[in-house]
Design a protein around this ligand. Sequence first.
Ligand code: ATP
Length: 270
Amino acid sequence: MFELHAVDFGYKAQTRAIRNVSLVIRPGEFLAVAGRNGSGKTTLTRLLMALKKPVSGEILFQGKNTQQCTPADMARHIGYVFQHPDRQIFRDTVRAEVGYGPEQLGYTPQQIEAYVGEALQVTGLTGLAATHPSTLSRGQKQRLAIASALSMQPGMVILDEPTSGQDARERRRLLELLSRLHSQGKTIVLITHDMDILAAYAQRVIVMAQGSKVFDGVTAELFADDRLQQWGLSQPAALTISQALSGFGIAPAFTVSQLIDQLGPRLGRN
Ligand SMILES: Nc1ncnc2c1ncn2[C@@H]1O[C@H](COP(=O)(O)OP(=O)(O)OP(=O)(O)O)[C@@H](O)[C@H]1O
């Protein structure tokens, strides 16, 4: 889907926010992007959306160099959910907000109605369609931003820290939604600091440090890497607990459900 070749980018002439990054994003992947604050994660996704253009190197989207693409071209294929959903919400009702994207793309009124209805339904917002977005909770606003992205029928969704500031219930709901979208074939790129989310959902992880890609691999390899702390990351809680219980015959578990699967039978549960 995407190929990045030796991409460099700087907001200012002398400094580099992205340094020599090469990577491939394949259709249908669930890819997480992690790293310290300021390591270049958001900038990388802005480059994917053609909101910024490489200073050197190239980005190919479905074989086409994004130097020739506008953000509007990319929005036909990729839904982008910003870190602060408030900043991308500006219409008077939830339904109108979700309809904005497909209207801009020139879909027919029947198509718009169908796409908006489906996006509201998938995100659990149908009952709030006539509500003013300003009255929604943070989690609902985040789902509204996702619905607005989905109504444009993208093959890929990029989300920047979508679970930050949400309560446990909203967080779980959002992650179940992402999981469902992934199982329906959408490519998901998720920026997250949360190692439990990363362990449970991502198939592959990219770690950024000072603008460079310093790791690209599966989660099990990431958590076994000695440089984890150096990159500002930690193990998921389930792994720490399972390692502490290794003397009791518990194998390393990356997610809470893997840990429960091992502990359950020992505690007399199935
Ligand atoms: N609009 C901007 N103008 C100038 N410099 C910027 C701008 N946005 C980001 N930067 C700088 O680019 C570098 C990478 O920032 P970026 O926001 O991509 O990092 P990040 O990993 O997404 O951080 P966070 O986790 O805090 O969102 C940082 O040094 C940051 O200060």
